[in-house]
Design a protein around this ligand. Structure first.
Ligand code: T4K
Length: 366
């Protein structure tokens, strides 16, 4: 195949639509600091995500760092999380002066194994930060019960889960807060960008202050905040992309259905099955090669030779990263280790041609 097929490709509106959206910025010269585009996007997202409160950020990572900071946990407290995720989740905990405690994942949908959380709780535990990895919902009911029992906060890393619903309840409604990434690689993007949705409306002011240097008035700075504001060009991209996101998700669905049709019931290939009642967003298509006739790495290489660049999300595991491996080991999370050694996420984006999906499946199967 001549054309290079990457693991994903950003959704973009028509050039004219975006130009039209940013035109008034040339009139107002108001480019950032919570301008009109920012306000408009915030309002639309409240509705789309069916959440009572939302705050926008310049990217998903800072959104997560800021919501953790907003809860003001005592430094050195422990946070139970999963190593089967992107670097950001664990880094956001560590950069807040908190201690990540890795819980293993369940082999069904690779989210945190809720049955293993309680054994990791100590008197130092302050929160659970699970990840709706690939857009798969965690066991939100079980996690809520555990959190209530032990008086812990739950902050979901919902970076992958934009638009996912369970029995018509938006994913943003689970836990105390949820972070969404609007990075270029996501189902919904604002170029770079992110948001936190949350239950307690009082967090609105705290988050605003944290993302804006802790400035609380014209002559007062009450907190040591940072700068994590979404600018007007990002927000304008979001306004345009939100108009088309449902159509984009429908197009992703076609691709996923094709992959499922070709790869399910193949010995040695495991794909994730979504339970009833879930509205999916078709964010990623992970495949586990488990005693298949070729290893994950062989398939990865073969696809690469055909100019198809799949990705090993999420390998290596975070507890094996150079910056964490002195304190942690992937041996402590054997299911996550098993999956990380065998997973490959296949190319998936709205405009991916079904012939290419077929070609990818042919390479894998033959
Ligand atoms: N939590 C979780 C669970 C996450 O997965 C992420 C981010 C975060 C938190 C933090 O959210 P952000 O701060 O990023 O908002 C990519 C993304 O950069 C990252 O956002 C994402 N997760 C992660 C899973 O994937 P890389 O290092 O794989 O990106 P890169 O540059 O290799 O791009 C991957 C593919 O995407 C390219 O092969 C082609 C395509 N692409 C990329 C870019 C940059 C585009 O089509 N357009 C683009 O502009 O991390």
């Amino acid at each position: 195949m001549n054309k290079q097929i990457l693991v994903t490709r950003s959704s973009m509106p028509d050039f004219e639509e975006y130009c039209n959206e940013i035109k008034e910025l040339w009139e107002t010269h108001w480019l950032t600091n919570m301008g009109i585009k920012h306000k408009e996007l915030e309002k639309s997202l409240l509705e789309y995500l069916k959440t009572p409160n939302i705050t926008l950020f310049t990217n998903g990572h800072l959104a997560l760092e800021c919501i953790i900071a907003a809860f003001n946990f005592q430094k050195g407290s422990e946070v139970i999380t999963t190593p089967f995720t992107f670097a950001s989740t664990t880094h956001a905990i560590s950069r807040n002066g908190l201690i990540p405690v890795f819980c293993d994942i369940n082999p069904e949908n690779f989210t945190i194994d809720a049955d293993k959380i309680e054994s990791l709780i100590t008197e130092k535990t302050c929160a659970i930060i699970p990840v709706h990895v690939y857009g798969n919902l965690c066991d939100v009911e079980k996690i809520e019960k555990i959190a209530k029992r032990h008086n812990l906060k739950v902050i979901y890393d919902a970076a992958h889960a934009f638009g996912v619903e369970k029995n018509e309840i938006g994913v943003a409604n689970f836990g105390d807060a949820s972070m969404f990434s609007f990075h270029a690689t996501k189902v919904f993007n604002t170029i770079e960008g992110g948001a936190v949705a949350y239950k307690d409306g009082k967090l609105n002011k705290v988050l605003y202050d944290i993302k804006n240097f802790g400035i609380t008035g014209p002559e007062s700075v009450e907190y040591i905040g940072g700068n994590a504001k979404m600018n007007e060009f990002q927000a304008a991209m979001g306004i345009c992309n939100l108009r088309h996101v449902d159509k984009e998700i429908e197009k992703r669905k076609r691709v996923v259905e094709k992959y499922r049709e070709r790869l399910q019931n193949v010995e040695g290939i495991k794909i994730i099955h979504t339970p009833e009642g879930i509205k999916e967003n078709y964010a990623y298509f992970p495949v586990i090669f488990d005693n298949y006739k070729y290893t994950r790495d062989e398939i990865f290489k073969k696809l690469g030779e055909e100019n198809i660049i799949a990705r090993k999300y999420f390998y290596p595991l975070i507890n094996d990263f150079d910056c964490y491996k002195e304190k942690y080991s992937s041996k402590d999370t054997p299911v996550a280790k098993y999956m990380a050694d065998r997973v490959l996420t296949l190319p998936l984006y709205a405009d991916l041609e079904l012939e290419i999906v077929d070609k990818i499946c042919d390479i894998i199967l033959k």
